[in-house]
Unconditional design. Sequence first.
Lengths: 247, 245
Amino acid sequence: MITLENITKGYLKYKQEYVALQDINLKVDKGEFLCIVGPSGCGKTTLLRMIAGLDFPTSGQIMENETEISGPSRERGYVFQQYSLFPWRNVLDNVAFGLEVQGLADEERYQKARKYLKMVGLSSFEKSSPQELSGGMKQRVAIARCLVNDPQVLLMDEPFSALDVQTRHKLQKELVHIWRKEQKTIIFVTHNVDEAVFLADRVVVLSSAPGTIIKTFNIELDRIRDRTSHEFLNLKKEITRLLDVEP
Amino acid sequence: MRKILISLILPVSVVVILTILTTFTGLIPPYFLPSPSEVIQSFETLLMNGELVQDTSLTLMRVVLSLTVSALIGIPLGILMGWSDTVRDLSSFMVGILRPIPPIAWIPFAILWFGVGLESAVFIIFIGSVFPILINTMDGVKRVDKVLLESAYTLGASDIQVLRKVAFPASLPNIVTGLKVGVGVGLMCTVAAEMIGSNSGLGYLIFTSTSMLDTGSAIVGMLTIGIIGLGADYLFSRIEKEVSW
């Protein structure tokens, strides 16, 4: 379980103090699929980075179970918005990276890496170099690279934002399947309301500058969700309106 | 093929023009600039008596030795300077002062510290070649995509592992570029180095032949250094392509 208590994050710009995030209180349950939506610049990426341990709050506490997060850990996998594969490693060695730094022997780590490569449907690309892959494939490999570490939490920062709509929808479906199969906690940041409603158990809506939680939606629609259903569209409408009144 | 032909136009023209100016018109006296045929003659002589092969291999050996020392010192130091702000703040001022000093200015100290011999020559070439290697390595490490480093950390890598498995391979292309530039500068230092450090080598050949007005042999030495440089450049460009993605 991830707990955020009274998180405030400020930063200095041109010698002036800005508040990026203010009074964020949030509990994310084990196995939950949480989406954080908000306009650009609302600090949602900063929030995710702080959960990852890549950034730190100005005040407040972020806890994983009972311990305060003090830095990155393989227990909290992170899928970046940008393509982040190591370009000098082939796909298989990218996926096996986390196991390699743990000191696992070749055979064992390749066997595990292949399992997750298969899960994301890229078994036949294990010898390819990342440059040969399409954007969607790169993000699939990045997801497999996180999963191979068997993290408790998967943190995803708009991983599908650079993809075309068809590919994005396909990967969203795959992600839901993976989430159900692996029973991970997922915290997924996006500015795309449709994506949030499709993926999440719960959608947290952030306001912009300073980012605060304005509303939380529990989404109880059956999975895999039908984007054209009334309930889906209504939820989408409601959240979009909420974001639109934001200046 | 077309590229090779085009690249030959200028050198061939220069040889033709020089032949006209020196041999046929006599406008330029031979001690001033030797005619191409004299250079070929000197080349034959130096090749036959084995001097050219010996000098070339000795110079190559010194350059390779110096470059190895430069790489062994420049690459780790460059990685540290690129990696740690503290190390960079600590050393960049010092490096900034030392770097512009021409290697030839170190000759008196080279003699004082190492005497006359191989060590002095290696030291002078080292001074010339270490900085390009150091600076390129540092830049390479400094510019590694932050996302790659953060990915590695979130996948559980330690600082040392991120350095070894991410920062180093990511900056390998820059390191090779540093080596390429380093070889070039190193070759430029051979004359100065062999002036003091030895009684052999291409630099020594150029230096002594010029002082004896044997300009033909001097030019043979100069061209040989040029050709070695060209070859090294080609080799490292190939490696550069190999290690970049």
